[in-house]
Write a protein that binds this ligand. Structure first.
Ligand code: SAM
Length: 256
């Protein structure tokens, strides 16, 4: 079997069934990213979903077209060839995928941007750990804060490398993700996202130091007034020690 980057195919039908059964997908529009040879695609179709699968590899697309000719003909499967991070996507309700790990971050942010009801996504275990990392811990970063701001997430189960062919070098984790409105209102999402990026790019620095570095964008007067208004404990902290509410507070000060 060819083994290009990111092509670790699930081989155990019980694991595929376990993933496909995590949500009730009967009659729902399910987006699948990276169908590969179609093992999960078949499980989704069998459960009565209308499936849209996006695959980058044209040889795999040809094989999928053969394997699912009748489902494509009756409209239950739509195959899209292209990069799931960029290709225009038709409307969908649910996402299910054994993700290509090289696009974990951009595809997760893209999906959260577009919006969906719920997702079951498989990630490299370390990536899933970072998504779930609590404030105050070493793993907590931009990914953790952005995900926890805009979604609820849960670890469903871990999979050993032996569940795939060829086995990857890393463990995998199946995650459940459901978008939600932020718990603490955010007045300007663009400023919030930029702030999180800046803070974690300079994660060894205090909040005050990073705010001062933002004077070029917001103006010195504005930054001085934000620093005057913020709680000194927040100002002297590093970003990884802050809570979701703190990020919202700083961002709302900047956008007021
Ligand atoms: N779902 C299949 C399975 O579980 O057996 C295959 C999963 S494999 C980890 C990832 C699949 O994503 C491969 O088929 C690969 O060709 C495809 N892929 C890689 N990068 C992609 C991208 N940017 N957009 C869409 N598909 C991509």
């Amino acid at each position: 079997m060819r083994a290009y980057r990111d092509q670790h195919f699930l081989t155990d039908p019980r694991i595929v069934a376990r993933i496909a059964d995590l949500l009730d997908i009967f009659g729902r529009i399910v987006l699948e990213i990276g169908p590969g040879e179609g093992i999960l695609t078949e499980a989704l179709l069998k459960r009565g979903a209308r499936v849209i699968s996006v695959e980058l590899d044209s040889i795999l697309i040809e094989r999928l077209e053969e394997r699912f000719a009748s489902e494509i003909a009756d409209g239950s499967l739509t195959l899209l060839r292209g990069d799931a991070v960029k290709v225009p996507l038709p409307p969908f309700e649910i996402v299910m995928a054994n993700l290509p790990y090289s696009i974990s971050s951009p595809i997760t942010f893209r999906l959260l941007d577009i919006g969906f009801e719920a997702a079951i996504l498989m990630y490299q275990k370390e990536f899933a750990d970072r998504m779930m990392a609590h404030p105050g811990t070493r793993d907590c970063g931009r990914l953790s804060i952005m995900l926890q701001t805009y979604a609820r997430a849960n670890r469903c189960f871990d999979l050993p490398p032996g569940a795939f062919s060829p086995p990857p070098a890393v463990k995998s984790t199946v995650m459940w993700i459901e978008p939600r409105e932020p718990l603490f209102p955010i007045h300007d999402r663009k400023i919030y996202e930029d702030l999180i990026r800046e803070l974690f790019t300079r994660r060894r620095k205090t909040v005050q130091s990073t705010l001062k570095a933002l004077a070029g964008r917001f103006g010195k007067e504005k930054i001085d007034s934000v620093i005057r208004d913020l709680n000194p404990e927040i100002l002297s902290s590093r970003p990884e020690a802050l809570y979701l509410e703190d990020f919202a507070t700083i961002s709302n000060e900047l956008s007021s």
